[in-house]
Design a protein around this ligand. Sequence first.
Ligand SMILES: [Zn+2]
Length: 315
Amino acid sequence: MKRRYRLLLLAVAVLGLPYYWLVLDNSVSGVPAYRLDIAQLRQAAGAIPGARPDSVTVQVVGWRRVPGTLMVAGGGLKRNLVAVQSFLLHAPGGNIVIDSGFDAAAARSMDMEKFLPAAQAKVDAAIRDARLVLFTHEHLDHMTGLLRMKDFASVAPHVLVTPEQGPGGPLARSLPWPRDTGRLVPRKLAPVQPVAPGVVVVRTPGHTPGSQMIFARLADGSEYLFAGDTASMRRNWSLKRLRSRLLSDYLAPEDRPQVMGWLRAINDLFRQDPGLIVVSGHDYDDLVTDPTKRAFREDFVTRTVIPRPPGSQLQ
Ligand SMILES: [Zn+2]
C-alpha cells in the first residue's frame, strides 16, 4: 500500500506538475502597470477630422478547435473555436481592413481544420479596395493574406506597418514576404496614434514586439477595441488569464508579464466603459453570440466600391 501510495505521488509529480505548469498556471511576476484611458482614446479618435466609420464586418477565413485551456490557461478541456478573422471598417472616406487572413500553406502549417479560399478572396478584394490596411501583429495567420497577394506592390502604399511588423522586424522577418517589398515603408507610431477619422492605433508590445490594438469610434458613437492576440479569446481579458505556457513559453513565445499588463488594462478599460466592444483576436463565438456585438455583421459584404482618395494612405 505504502509503495502504491508513493507510486501515485510520483505519478502526480511526474505528470501533474508539468500539466499544471504548461496548461493551467496563470502566475506571472513583474507585470507592468499599463493603462488604457477611454478619454484619451476618444480624444485621439477625434484628432483626424472627417467622417468616422459607420459599420464593422468580420470575415472568418479558417478555423480549428482546441481545448479551451490552451488559449486560456485553466479554461477547461472543452474544445473552443479558434477562428482566423479579418475585420473591415466601412467608412465614407474609404474602408479600413484590420488583419489580412492567411493562405492554404499557412493554414496547413498551423494545423487548421479548415481554410476557406472563397472567404479569403473576399478579404483580398477588401484589401485592394481599402484606403488603409492595419495589422494587430506580425503572425502568419494575420499577415500572410497580404504577403502572398500577387498584386502586393500596388496594394503596399495603403498598408501601414510599424518597423517591428515590417520585413526587418525581429519576428516579422521570418514571414513569407514577397521578393520585392520596396513600396512598403514601415512607419514608427506614437504609443497612441490616430490613423484615420475615428481610428486609433495603440502600441501594445508583448504577444509580439509589433503587437498593437486598434480602437475605433464609429459615427453612431459605438466603440470597438480590436485586441489581436493580446487577448485571443474573451476570457483572456474578462478573467485576466494568459494563454497556456505551452503556447506562450514554447509554441509561440510571448512576453507573459507584458501580455498580462495589457489584459489588466483591457479589463480596466471595459470597466471605464462597459459599452465598449472588445474584439478578441480569435473568438468568433464571442462576436456572434454576445448580443452587445449587435453592430457585427458576418461576412464582408460587397458594397459600392468607393474610389480611393488619391494619395490618402493616412490623412
Ligand atoms: Zn498571434
